[in-house]
Ligand binder design. Structure first.
Ligand code: F6P
Length: 323
């Protein structure tokens, strides 16, 4: 089986970008080890603190953030980092060429229940003439990403990654510590009969989103004339991984639960990297109004509605929203 770095080299990924990816992979192997040790490593439970977004921080959020931050900032190819757990951009090396945005531990509510969790990352080229600590560095459209991926800490530890030449999945061989290629050039089927959404928010969605989901639920007795199945992992890595594996549509629409915050998922380190992975596997990824990778970011921690997965089903959903 081919290992991660031989595949990346055959895709002509340059040495500096390779070093950045290697650092993320090294940190994720450390995180995977701690996840496996669970309560034995003292990583479960919450801290007394909240992050900038008002969410309670779990011990594993903090540990994962620190591991990624320390290793990335020690890498001379890294110009700056942005993390879900950091209020502001953290500058790296003067001569660094790359920016890394990451959600160190996605699906935090699953930590204590031994459920699915992951690390999501996104890499951009640093911009000339802008200080590395400036938020402006990260105000690049998702289509500028040079690499995106996630590490999924499930029954096995998986890495899904793209540098723009297809989306591939690697499995961590824990006997050797290498990620080995287990799914090459993934293709998401254009049609699907499986959707993922947090149905408990239904009353807060707009009318059009409710109409779309109502018709999925009606199955063969409704206008879609086919039966749909529903899944919800409460961890974007788990839901997106299922879509990459067997197709589907994943939705986190805007809602009216909190007037100040109509969307939940973060553009920089959740929506953008997942959109790049999905598009490179032949799927589609949109907000309620545009392609996610075309969005011009305005703020570091901005949020966006997400509809992604099987191309025809994403189009179908957008048709309801445009009616
Ligand atoms: O913050 C992100 C996240 O945990 C995603 O990984 C996941 O898709 C979503 O939030 C879960 O949301 P909810 O709490 O509504 O199930």
């Amino acid at each position: 089986m081919k290992n991660l770095f031989s595949v990346l080299r055959s895709d002509e990924v340059n040495d500096e970008l390779l070093r950045v990816i290697e650092t993320i992979v090294d940190a994720s192997k450390e995180i995977a080890f701690r996840v496996r040790q669970g309560a034995l490593a003292g990583v479960l439970g919450s801290t007394q603190d909240e992050n900038i977004q008002g969410e309670t921080q779990k011990h594993l959020d903090i540990i994962s953030n620190q591991l990624l931050k320390d290793l990335l900032l020690a890498n001379s190819a890294v110009a700056a980092i942005a993390s879900e757990e950091e209020d502001t951009v953290v500058a790296g090396h003067e001569a660094g060429k790359y920016l890394v945005a990451f959600d160190p531990l996605d699906g935090s509510s699953n930590i204590d229940i031994n459920g699915q969790i992951g690390t999501i990352f996104s890499i951009y080229s640093a911009l000339d003439l802008i200080p590395h600590h400036s938020e402006l560095q990260f105000q690049q459209q998702g289509q500028q990403q040079v690499c995106a991926g996630y590490v999924f800490y499930g029954p096995s530890t998986l890495l899904a990654i793209t540098t723009g030449k297809g989306t591939r999945c690697f499995t961590l061989d824990s006997t050797q510590g290498n990620f080995l290629l287990t799914a090459d050039k993934i293709q998401i089927a254009a049609d699907t009969q499986e959707f993922a959404i947090n149905m408990s928010n239904a009353r807060f969605w707009n009318q059009a989103m409710r109409a779309y989901i109502d018709d999925l639920v009606l199955g063969e007795t409704g206008p879609r004339a086919k039966r749909f199945n529903m899944r919800w992992n409460a961890a974007m890595v788990g839901d997106v991984h299922r879509v990459l594996t067997r197709s589907g549509i994943f939705l986190y629409p805007s809602d009216t639960r909190n007037a100040k915050q109509p969307a939940k998922l973060r553009l920089l380190y959740e929506a953008n990297p997942m959109a790049m992975l999905i598009e490179n596997a032949g799927g589609k990824a949109c907000s309620e109004t545009q392609r996610i990778l075309d969005i011009q970011p305005q703020q570091l921690h901005e949020r966006v509605a997400v509809i992604l997965g099987s191309a025809n089903e994403v189009d179908e959903c957008l048709n309801y929203l445009r009616r």
